[in-house]
Design a protein around this ligand. Structure first.
Ligand SMILES: Cc1cc2nc3c(=O)[nH]c(=O)nc-3n(C[C@H](O)[C@H](O)[C@H](O)COP(=O)(O)OP(=O)(O)OC[C@H]3O[C@@H](n4cnc5c(N)ncnc54)[C@H](O)[C@@H]3O)c2cc1C
Length: 475
């Protein structure tokens, strides 16, 4: 029987494990943390009973993931829930741009830009499954839907700032730039609009849902499915070398899947890596980071804008130009006074996360790579900017600096939650220039984390694609 060890139990590690196990491979997952799940965990971080998502909160890439769609997640307890409004982006003048599955609702908030917004994203929404099938693959592949991909690609190549100039008014420009900022970093470079285009198109087509009970239920469902195929998970095991795997599992595994950052690959695989691969992985770049804050609040946030009171996600950063400037600052290693902040009101869609009138509020600020200082006050100030009086509602707070994020999960090098900077080069060729980016040049050893295509997000596609390569080569 073919044996496999998966190092890391994030969504990509579990996706790789399931893909191998359902083909009859004997799979063991080894996880450094005391609980499996990587970026999809839920914890009581503040008040007892309040469910906070440690990392991932909203799942646009999960709801359209072909891999996740192939699993009986509902049969293993996962229920997706949608907020009334998927995303709102408030401005200082009281207006807000809104992203909704109902394009007409978005249009109402975009004034004179509504028609051009609808024209751009309407073409992608109509073909979202075809588009996802191609963009969730490595860039060097034979496209299944070349015309749809080419239509997306011509716009995706542009800097986010260029795409934002299609629109004349602040709500549309800021709404797009806020979504584009999910790429972390400069928004005036080629390909910097690609993540924004994809997440906006998916938002209109399928929404940005949350998992009932918290993102940890995604992990629980994946674990249940893996167990059904006979896969095993061992926690509190940090893998430092390939030799350690033989000692841990008794026999050298035929397949090793690394759900790790590239710097860990260099440590674990060591001298066995071909020189060109080692060189590429050691020059791989990590990007700006997050400072995470979880609040317990009494009641709801007193947002000035009505749409914000019903939105799952909020992007706080002001105008398109303000977001461009704050993202440029963090990319240069400077902490801006008003960082880009994301806020999650998952409890609006999923009241089961609250305790009485106390609700969990999820937030993080974009900060420079390796930023060790506390940015809780900057996060609070940004919320107050659009919701005066918020401070008075805070019952308890839990914070993790960028440095602490790196300790929480080794894949977040320096607090970079994307496992690598989304520079033009690393969006296109992740983690290196290779026909098959999951291959490490060592027989049987593959990289499957979000440092591979299609990058960050709880979709499992990196793990699925890498495991398919491993299966094809093992036959
Ligand atoms: C604050 C925050 C908010 C986010 N919000 C969203 C969101 O709303 N929606 C979304 O889709 N995504 C979001 N993400 C990103 C998402 O969580 C990640 O992109 C996703 O989890 C990546 O999956 P992965 O399997 O590649 O790696 P991870 O989930 O990071 O898992 C890697 C696992 O490997 C383990 N590991 C690493 N090295 C070793 C080793 N040497 N030995 C053993 N185990 C090891 C780690 O402990 C970890 O458990 C967010 C992330 C953060 C931090």
């Amino acid at each position: 029987m073919t044996t496999a060890v998966v190092v890391g139990s994030g969504p990509n590690g579990l996706a790789a494990a399931i893909t191998l196990a359902r083909e009859g491979v004997d799979v063991t997952v080894l996880e450094a943390a005391i609980r499996p799940g990587g970026g999809a965990r839920t914890s009581e971080l503040t008040v007892p009973g309040l469910a906070h998502d440690d990392c991932s909160a909203f799942h646009p890439t999960g709801i359209v993931s072909p891999f996740l769609a192939s699993l009986d997640l509902a049969g293993h307890g996962l229920e997706w829930l949608w907020p009334e409004i998927d995303l709102a982006h408030p401005l200082d003048d009281g207006r807000a741009g809104v992203l909704s599955r109902d394009m007409a609702r978005t249009a109402e908030t975009l004034g004179g830009d509504a028609r051009s917004w609808g024209r751009l994203f309407g073409t992608y929404v109509d073909r979202i499954d075809d588009l996802v099938e191609d963009i969730f693959q490595p860039i060097l592949h034979l496209p299944k839907h070349p015309i749809t991909l080419a239509r997306f690609g011509t716009n995706a190549l542009l800097p986010a700032t260029w795409t934002a100039r299609r629109w004349r008014e602040d709500p549309a420009r800021a709404l797009f730039m806020g979504v584009a900022a999910h790429a972390f970093g400069r928004l005036d470079t080629p390909l910097s609009g690609s993540v924004g285009l994809m997440l906006t198109a998916v938002g209109h087509a399928a929404g940005w849902p949350v998992a009932k009970g918290g993102s940890g239920t995604i992990t629980a469902a994946l674990l249940g499915i893996l167990e059904g195929y006979g896969g095993k998970v061992r926690t509190s095991v940090r893998v430092e070398s390939l030799d350690q795997l033989r000692d841990l599992t008794g026999v050298p595994p035929d397949i090793v899947m690394l759900d790790t950052a590239p710097d860990a690959v260099v440590r674990i695989v060591g001298d066995r890596l071909p020189r060109r691969v080692r060189k590429a992985l050691t020059s791989y770049r990590y990007g700006p980071a997050v400072h995470k804050v979880d609040f317990a609040i009494e009641g709801d946030v007193p947002w000035i804008n009505e749409h914000c009171r019903r939105a799952g996600t909020l992007h706080l950063g002001g105008t398109a130009e303000q977001i461009r400037a704050s993202e440029a600052a963090t990319a240069r290693g400077r902490m801006p006074a008003d960082p880009f902040v994301l806020v999650g009101q998952q409890y609006l869609a999923d009241p089961s996360r609250s305790v009485g009138s106390v609700n969990p509020l999820w937030a993080y600020a974009h900060v420079p790579h390796g930023w060790g200082s506390d940015a809780t006050e900057a996060v609070t100030r940004q919320i107050e900017r659009f919701a005066p009086g918020f401070r008075g509602q805070v019952v308890a707070t839990h914070s993790r600096t960028a440095v602490q994020m790196g300790s929480y999960n080794a894949n977040y090098v320096g607090g970079d939650i994307s496992a690598g900077a989304n520079t033009a080069r690393q969006i296109a060729l992740r983690p290196r220039l290779a026909v098959n980016p999951y291959v490490l040049g060592v027989p049987g050893v593959y990289l499957c984390s979000s440092a591979t295509p299609p990058g960050a997000g709880v979709h499992g596609m990196g793990g699925f694609n890498a495991a398919r390569t491993a299966l094809a080569r093992a036959r």
